[in-house]
Design a protein around this ligand. Structure first.
Ligand code: SF4
Ligand code: F3S
Length: 104
């Protein structure tokens, strides 16, 4: 499966949702997650993210992010259409230590 990781937080560009063939993105206030049981591993979303926040879970060290994606995919609403991103999305792109800023 693919997972959304830290750099999505407060960037939330939403380009990813437009390309997913199985619509498995779920939306929080300032972060998106992928439902790991629904993702068919097509890889199409990975290059679409301007923040480079989507990774294959075969990459090392993503266990915590996979857990977090799985958890929030249970309760957050599905998102399939991109809206305007935050006016300050670009300013947050690449900032370190954004995890505490994630709105559950
Ligand atoms: Fe959707 Fe494919 Fe990305 Fe999985 S890898 S979230 S199926 S676009
Ligand atoms: Fe987040 Fe990238 Fe999608 S910033 S909302 S994973 S396009």
């Amino acid at each position: 499966t693919y997972v959304v990781t830290e750099n999505c937080i407060k960037c939330k560009y939403m380009d990813c949702v437009e390309v997913c063939p199985v619509d498995c993105f779920y939306e929080g206030e300032n972060f998106l997650v992928i439902h790991p049981d629904e993702c068919i591993d097509c890889g199409v979303c990975e290059p679409e993210c301007p923040a480079d926040a989507i990774k294959a879970d075969t990459e090392k060290g993503l266990e915590a992010w996979l857990e977090l994606n799985a958890k929030f995919a249970q309760s957050w609403p599905n998102i399939t259409v991109k809206r305007d991103s935050f006016p300050d999305s670009k300013e947050w792109d690449g900032k370190p230590d954004k995890l505490p800023l994630l709105s559950p």
